[in-house]
Design a protein around this ligand. Structure first.
Ligand SMILES: NC(=O)c1ccc[n+]([C@@H]2O[C@H](COP(=O)([O-])OP(=O)(O)OC[C@H]3O[C@@H](n4cnc5c(N)ncnc54)[C@H](O)[C@@H]3O)[C@@H](O)[C@H]2O)c1
Length: 318
């Protein structure tokens, strides 16, 4: 699959388009308005620079077998040399500059697309409306994938007009480093479409992680969310402090980061929003109420995580 259309140019949409362009795919962003174009262009520029900088920084990692090189940009680290990295950087600059197009006309954008990746905001009605608008404009063979993190493909399959060619292809933020691609069909997805998407994910530097059935939260969040909730509950109940909880997890499982270090990366505002969705949070005296209260205190102090320089840990100290 070579001609890829990305619907939506937000945080993830921009990154998805770029990783496709980097690996030589012909990418068209469909955006709904000139205002969207104005918001998406700076994102494309910023993420292109971050990707290129990571490739350049990888030179300092040469010779380290366990290096944290950008896994989505480099498929084979064994035998990597400075010359090969220079070639990759030159090719990346060219591909990122030449392989990306932006289109406001939906019919034009979709014409001849092999794969459409929908990465619009997490809004059920907006996604349904988008699929209904698209269905008559898609070529017969086009596969349609959603990057939705929390919604299931079976909720939308009937609106796409091509349920057998519709499935979820779920990427992670900072796609060029965190190169997971969870592939999840709904009961009506054909094996051909599923297999084609698994193969495609590998072509664009991702590690395809195959789900055999629908699961809210896919694989990663099905494990991560309960871990983070349990850690916050231990903190809110006063059982132990965040540092001790992290150290317990890290020493006990050899994991590099405990739950509160992960929460600092995710951002405390996101953790707070997720907690608010739980009905018990409104019940005064409940553990979730206490979690919200404690998170809110930190957010009000500006301690929202790594991006703010401080969260559960202080990142301003070296
Ligand atoms: N942010 C993440 O870490 C992350 C990770 C994996 C998957 N996702 C998923 O990716 C999708 C997009 O998330 P994001 O973080 O990029 O969101 P975002 O808010 O950064 O971007 C949303 C994009 O959708 C567009 N949009 C919104 N409503 C629209 C409409 N009615 N018609 C056309 N375009 C519309 C916006 O203009 C914007 O370009 C969501 O489904 C989300 O669950 C997000």
């Amino acid at each position: 699959m070579n001609r890829v259309v990305v619907i939506g140019g937000g945080v993830l949409g921009a990154q998805i388009g770029l990783i496709n362009a980097y690996w030589g795919k012909d990418v068209t962003f469909w955006l709904r308005s000139e205002d969207s174009v104005g918001r998406t262009r700076p994102k494309i520029k910023r993420y292109s620079e971050l990707m290129l900088n990571d490739l350049k920084s990888a030179k300092a990692l040469l010779g380290d077998g366990a290096a944290k090189y950008p896994h989505g940009l480099i498929k084979d680290w064994d035998g990597m040399t400075e010359e090969k990295l220079d070639e990759l950087i030159a090719r990346a600059s060219e591909n990122l500059a030449n392989n990306i197009h932006i289109e406001l006309d939906l019919a034009k954008a979709l014409e001849g697309a092999d794969l459409v990746i929908e990465s619009m905001a997490e809004d059920v009605e907006a996604k349904k409306a988008m699929y209904e608008t698209m269905r008559d404009k898609l070529s017969e063979n086009t596969i349609l994938a959603t990057n939705s993190s929390t919604l299931l493909p079976s909720m939308f399959a009937e609106y796409t007009g091509r349920p057998e060619k519709y499935l979820a292809l779920h990427f992670a933020n900072n796609i060029w480093r965190n190169n997971t691609a969870e592939v999840m069909g709904h009961p009506g997805t054909s094996k051909e479409a599923y297999d084609a998407v698994v193969e495609f994910a590998g072509e664009i530097g991702m590690v395809p992680l195959q789900l055999h059935k629908e699961q809210p939260g896919y694989i990663l969040n099905s494990m991560l969310v309960p871990l983070l909730s349990s850690a916050q509950a231990l903190w809110a109940k006063g059982v132990a402090d965040p540092e001790t909880i992290d150290r317990t997890w890290e020493l006990g499982t050899s994991a590099p980061m405990g739950p509160f270090k992960i929460l600092d990366v995710v951002g405390l505002q996101t953790a707070y929003n997720i907690n608010l969705m739980k009905p018990e949070t409104k019940v005064e005296g409940s553990v979730n109420y206490e979690i919200s209260r404690l998170l809110k205190e930190k957010i009000d102090r500006g301690e929202t995580g790594v991006n703010a320089g401080k969260g559960f840990y202080d990142y301003t100290k070296k």
